[in-house]
Design a protein around this ligand. Structure first.
Ligand SMILES: C[S@@+](CC[C@H](N)C(=O)[O-])C[C@H]1O[C@@H](n2cnc3c(N)ncnc32)[C@H](O)[C@@H]1O
Length: 287
């Protein structure tokens, strides 16, 4: 927890009563303030959740774009007016979830939709579904006979979004698998027909495994296809010295730094780093 301010306050007082009795009272307060925007992973406690609910509506993860006014302007002028109704409904249903900040933001979704359309993507993979914002977005932006193989260890969250996916009439495009993603990717690779057959993959899950996902997805996604990775700035911690980062975020900070370095050295992909949301690394397979 990055502590920004400590206040220690000591108060002594004595009360004298008409009968001559004197009562001495002593109070000690220690108040610690910290920056909640940098400390999202400590949401386990309900007090932290209450704080997160009070975060400004337009600043779910203001890592790069620090101006709340500018973010509000972008979202209200260009992103939300064009957000498809099913996505708006699913986003609203996720807002009150204590971990609702995990869903991709509307502007990241808009960029993903553009990439899917430009690519004419038909067969995709998603690692990390949560309530399904990015999944529904993908389903809405691939053709009627398109297919998404989606995996997550948590089916309960997916079920929050499922009614909106059904209402949008795109459930038939989705094969949701409740499982850790690595064994599923391995299973897909056991069928040679799957090699180089996917147009697009989106990874938004455990940062420790990003490189493992990358190695497998590079065999599953075709040359010319896209591999997109979310949260590659990991809350901005990649640019902070380790000692400034809360202990519970250090491991994924280290994984993100290692992943970013390895991707930039990987000649099998061209990369475009998009300074949006929490950082989106877009890779195009070239070898
Ligand atoms: C950031 S959320 C995904 C958000 C989602 N893309 C969206 O737009 O709403 C990360 C998800 O990854 C899942 N996850 C974590 N580790 C995983 C693993 N090893 N395999 C599959 N899913 C995993 C979590 O259960 C969680 O739902």
């Amino acid at each position: 927890m990055p502590i920004e301010f400590i206040l220690i306050h000591r108060l002594s007082m004595s009360l004298s009563f008409p009968n001559g009795q004197i009562l001495g009272l002593k109070f000690d307060y220690i108040i610690l303030f910290h920056n909640p925007l940098l400390d999202i992973s400590s949401l386990e406690s309900s007090r932290e959740m209450e704080k997160a609910e009070k975060l400004p509506k337009y600043a779910p993860n203001p890592v790069i774009l620090q101006s709340e006014d500018l973010l509000k302007y972008i979202m209200e002028s260009s992103v939300y007016p064009r957000e498809a109704e099913p996505l708006r409904e699913l986003r609203n249903a996720t807002t009150n979830h204590p971990l609702g900040f995990m869903a991709v933001s509307g502007d990241v979704g808009q960029l993903m939709a553009m990439l899917l359309k430009l690519l004419n993507a038909k067969k995709t993979i998603e690692v990390g579904v949560f309530t399904g914002y990015s999944l529904l977005l993908t389903a809405l932006n691939i053709p009627p006979d398109g297919k998404i193989t989606a995996m997550d260890i948590d089916r309960k969250s997916y079920e929050i979004g499922l009614p909106f996916i059904k209402k949008a009439g795109v459930e038939h495009k989705i094969d949701f698998i409740e499982s850790p993603a690595l064994p599923i990717l391995d299973k897909l690779l056991q069928d040679p027909a799957n090699e180089g057959s996917f147009d697009f993959s989106f990874v938004d899950a455990d940062k420790d495994n990003y490189w493992n996902y990358h190695e497998k997805l590079l065999r599953l996604v075709k040359i010319g296809g896209l591999l997109v990775y979310d949260n590659t700035l990991w809350g901005g911690t990649v640019a902070l010295p380790e000692e400034a980062v809360p202990e519970n975020k250090r491991q994924w900070r280290q994984s993100s730094i290692a992943f970013n370095k390895a991707i930039s050295d990987d000649s099998r992909v061209e990369i475009a780093f998009a300074s949006i949301g929490d950082g989106l690394t877009i890779c195009r397979r070239v070898a």
